[in-house]
Design a protein around this ligand. Structure first.
Ligand code: ASP
Length: 333
C-alpha cells in the first residue's frame, strides 16, 4: 500500500486492521554484489558486518578480496587495454555522500583503498592516470610489476590477431562457467565482471564500492561507468544504493545508478527501479541495446534488494542473516 493511501485510510479509521508494507522490519545487516563471483566477496564483507562494523569497511573489505583473487576483470590480474596495459577503475561512497574514485590506475593492487584515501584525505572525488598512481605511492601503496597475468597475456596475444573491440554479452555465462571461471577462453574472448557491492550495516547505514579493470581491450585512457559516481555507483542513505555492470558507456549516458536511486525515491522497489533504468537505455537505441549487456543492482533502506538487466544472464549474490545465495536477475530482451 502506498504511504499516502494508508494515511488517507487511517484517517478514516479503515487501516487499523492491516499493517502497511513500509512498517516491515528492516533486513540488516545485508550485502549484495554483482555476479556469482560476489559470493566470496560477500563472505568477506560479512565478517565486518556481523561484528557490527560499518557498511563502508565491509564494502572495502569485499572489494579488496576480489582485487586479490580474480583473473579477468578486476585487479591487476585483469585483461589489458589495447596497448597491453592493465588500467584499473574503482570508487567508493558512504552514508554521508562522501565519495572517492580512481580511474586508469596502473600497477597498484588495491584501487578501492586508493579511492577511499581520495575520499578521506583529499578535497577531491576522482583522481586519474599518473596523478592517481602518484597519489597512491605517496600514501604508501606499493608499486607492483606491470606484467600481465598469464591469462591476461594469452588473451591479449589472441586479441592482437584481429584487434577488434567487440565486447560480448555475458560471455562468462554463455560458456557455462561458474564463480572463478577461467578468465581466458581459447577464442580470445573475455569475461567482463565488474564487482559492485552494496551493504547495509547493523546501524542501518548504507555504503557501496565498485572495482574493475574495465572493458578488456578498451582504448588506453578510456574510463567506463565504474569510477563515476552516479553512473557505476550511487548511495543516498535516506533512500538506497545502486551499482551496475556491463557496457559502461550506456550506463554513463543515463546516469544509471543515480537514476535507479531517484526512482526508488519516487516509491519504486529496487527491482522496478533497475528495470526502468534498463528501459531507458533500451528505448534510447533499441537496436544497439540488443547487442550489449547492462545490469543494475539496488538495495533500499528497508533491506529490500532487486536487479534487472537488458539481457539474460546477469546474476547477483546476496548475504544476510537468513540468506546466502546467487539470485538470477530478470531481463528485458
Ligand atoms: N562497467 C564496466 C566498464 O564499462 C565493465 C563491466 O561491468 O564489465 O568498464
Amino acid at each position: 500500500m502506498q504511504r499516502r493511501n494508508f494515511l488517507k485510510l487511517s484517517s478514516l479509521g479503515l487501516a487499523s486492521f492491516q499493517l502497511p508494507k513500509w512498517t516491515n522490519a528492516v533486513q540488516k545487516p545485508l550485502v549484495v554484489s554483482t555476479w556469482d563471483s560476489g559470493m566470496p566477496v560477500n563472505a568477506e564483507a560479512w565478517k565486518v558486518l556481523e561484528q557490527g562494523g560499518s557498511a563502508l569497511d565491509a564494502v572495502e573489505a569485499g572489494a579488496r578480496y576480489i582485487e586479490d583473487t580474480i583473473d579477468c576483470c578486476v585487479g591487476l590480474g585483469g585483461y589489458p587495454d589495447r596497448d597491453g596495459i592493465v588500467t584499473l577503475d574503482a570508487c567508493i561512497m558512504d552514508d554521508k555522500s562522501n565519495c572517492g574514485a580512481v580511474a586508469g590506475l596502473e600497477r597498484i593492487k588495491h584501487p578501492i583503498s586508493v579511492a577511499r584515501k581520495v575520499m578521506e584525505t583529499t578535497p577531491h572525488v576522482l583522481l586519474v592516470g599518473d596523478g592517481a598512481q602518484k597519489f597512491a605511492l605517496q600514501n604508501g601503496f606499493p608499486l607492483e610489476s606491470g606484467e600481465l597475468s598469464e591469462s591476461g597475456k594469452k588473451a591479449y596475444q589472441k586479441w592482437l590477431e584481429k584487434s577488434q573491440y567487440k565486447p560480448e554479452i555475458n560471455i562468462e555465462n554463455k560458456k557455462g562457467n561458474g564463480p572463478f571461471a577461467p578468465a581466458f577462453f581459447e577464442d580470445g574472448t573475455a569475461n567482463h565482471d565488474t564487482m559492485g557491492l552494496l551493504a547495509l550495516d547493523q546501524q542501518g547505514n548504507l555504503s557501496g564500492a565498485v572495482t574493475t579493470s574495465g572493458m578488456a581491450f578498451k582504448i588506453h585512457g578510456r574510463s567506463g561507468d565504474s569510477p563515476i559516481i552516479g553512473a557505476g555507483l550511487f548511495v543516498d542513505n535516506e533512500i538506497g544504493a545502486a551499482t551496475s555492470s556491463g557496457v559502461g558507456e550506456e550506463v554513463i549516458r543515463i546516469c544509471g545508478t543515480h537514476t535507479v536511486v531517484e526512482l526508488m525515491r519516487q516509491g519504486l522497489s529496487p527491482e522496478m527501479a533497475c528495470k526502468k533504468a534498463c528501459e531507458r537505455i533500451v528505448n534510447r537505441d533499441p537496436k544497439k541495446a540488443a547487442t550489449l549487456q547492462v545490469g543494475f543492482l539496488a538495495i533500499n533502506k528497508k533491506g529490500e534488494t532487486g536487479a534487472y538487466a537488458i539481457q539474460k544472464g546477469f546474476v547477483f549474490s546476496m548475504k544476510s542473516n537468513t540468506e546466502n545465495k546467487i539470485n538470477p536477475s530478470k531481463f528485458l530482451l
